[in-house]
Structure formats: C-alpha cells, structure tokens
Ligand binder design. Structure first.
Ligand code: SAM
Length: 237
C-alpha cells in the first residue's frame, strides 16, 4: 500500500467519530486531516512511534488523538504502508483545550479513548509524558508565557522524550502573513474580537528549544497550503 490511499482511508476513519459531534465537526475534521500535511508527516516519519504517553497542548477538537487511534487500528489490521514506521500505540492520550465548544466536540468524538482537559496550557499540570505536541497554538499567548510553556514541557518530558512544535515562520514573508490573517479572521468569527498574536522566526524558536536542551530538526510543514509553517522536532538526550 502506498501513502496516498492509506491517508485517504485514515481520513475517513479518523473523521467518522465526529459525525456524532455535528456536521461542522465532521466537515472540519475531514478538511483538516486531509489538507494539513502535519498529520500524514507525523505517521510517515514515525515521530510518535513508541511513545506511550502523549500530551497535545491546544488540541482543538482532538484531531491528533483521533488520527493516532485510527492509525493504530489500521496498522493492527494490516492496512499500513510498508515504507512507514509502525503506528504509535499510546497507552495515554491527553489533550488540553481552552475553548469549551472544541472540548465538547472532542469528548463526543473520542469518548473514553482520550482524556480531554478543559483548561489553559499556561496553568494546567502536564504530568509526566513521553511526547508533547503543540500545533499552531503558541502564537496565541504572549512571549513570556510561550517560554514558560516550553520550559514546563521540557520538565514534563521523560528522558529521550520528543516535542513536536509547529509554528508559523515570521521570517517567511507572504505565506506567514496569510497564516496570520487566517488566524485573526477565525478568532474574530469565533470570539467576536481582534486577537493579539505573538509570532517569531522559526530560527528563534529553534534557538530557544536548543537552549532548553533539545536537539532540534526543522521540517517544512505547509506543503499544499498557502502558509509558511515549520514543524520543529525537539528530541531530548
Ligand atoms: C489553530 S488551533 C489548533 C488546534 C490543534 N492543535 C490542531 O492542530 O488541530 C489553536 C487551538 O489552541 C487553543 N488555545 C489557544 N490558546 C490556548 C490556551 N492558552 N490554552 C489552551 N488552548 C489554547 C485554541 O482554542 C485552538 O483550539
């Protein structure tokens, strides 16, 4: 099996549970899982393979958990591309999300299969985990909170833990401007207010992760989209 049909089947499987959460949740799940290259890359690069306790900060409607669960099932059933590393088999999937409507959708879709905590990533306890994922979230909080979240993420990770941090690259020009505009418009529609975004160049994020002790690899992560996103993969020794 090659990657593309496998991805289409995973999009179907991972989005199906969102039907119970309403039309918007289901359509959003399908569009995001199919169109955002980060989800396929996490599987094809095996970034979360072998990680038992996974924490998703700013999890939205819990798509990463749904994706990993669908991947695990596909792998067990032999519907898995031969050139991909094994799917993650997490014993503990936790998401933290501040928006109660996203939390409600996540809980309906995921039920007991993941724990969705309604809370602020600046304040909730991260516990002890093997992987932390933060996709498109940190720019919503100010720079000292960003630093505190990353410090606490570092402290919560077990030895050889992994941090996946996706950010818009503020040094990247037009694609970055498009991403920022989309975030502002979505926030205006959902929260009826203009929000402040705190963005940085990908190289600045990389330096900060390196200072915290991560070995960092940067993967371009906006293929097929108009954005300029980078997935920073931070590995602890
Ligand atoms: C662009 S969405 C990304 C959602 C998810 N990570 C994904 O990739 O599908 C950003 C999410 O971060 C959440 N968020 C923003 N600030 C937060 C905070 N301080 N604590 C928890 N969640 C937060 C938002 O409510 C939103 O659901």
């Amino acid at each position: 099996m090659s990657g593309d049909p496998a991805i289409a089947a995973l999009v179907d499987a991972a989005s199906a549970p969102y039907r119970a959460a309403g039309r918007f949740a289901w359509h959003f799940a399908r569009g995001k899982l199919a169109g955002d290259p980060a989800f396929a890359a996490i599987l094809s690069h095996g970034l979360l393979a072998g990680r038992a306790r996974i924490l998703d900060l700013g999890c939205g409607q819990g798509l990463l958990a749904a994706w990993l669960l669908a991947a695990r099932a596909a792998h067990l059933e032999g519907r898995w591309p031969g050139d991909w590393p094994p799917a993650a088999a997490p014993a503990q999937l936790t998401g933290v999300e501040i928006n109660p409507r996203e939390v409600a959708r996540a809980r309906v879709a995921l039920g007991e299969r993941a724990q969705i905590v309604q809370g602020d990533i600046r304040h909730v306890d991260y516990g002890s985990v093997d992987a932390i994922v933060i996709l498109d979230v940190l720019h919503f909080i100010d720079s000292s909170s960003q630093e505190a979240v990353l410090r606490r993420a570092r402290a919560a990770l077990a030895p050889r833990g992994i941090l996946l941090l996706r950010v818009g690259d503020a040094a990247a020009g037009f694609g970055f401007t498009v991403g920022k505009l989309v975030d502002r418009v979505v926030a205006l529609a959902r929260q009826r207010r203009l929000i402040r975004l705190t963005c940085r160049a990908a190289s600045d994020w990389q330096v900060q992760l390196a200072r915290l002790g991560f070995a960092v690899e940067a993967l371009p992560m906006s293929q097929g989209t108009p954005f300029a996103n980078v997935l920073l993969v931070g590995r602890l020794p």
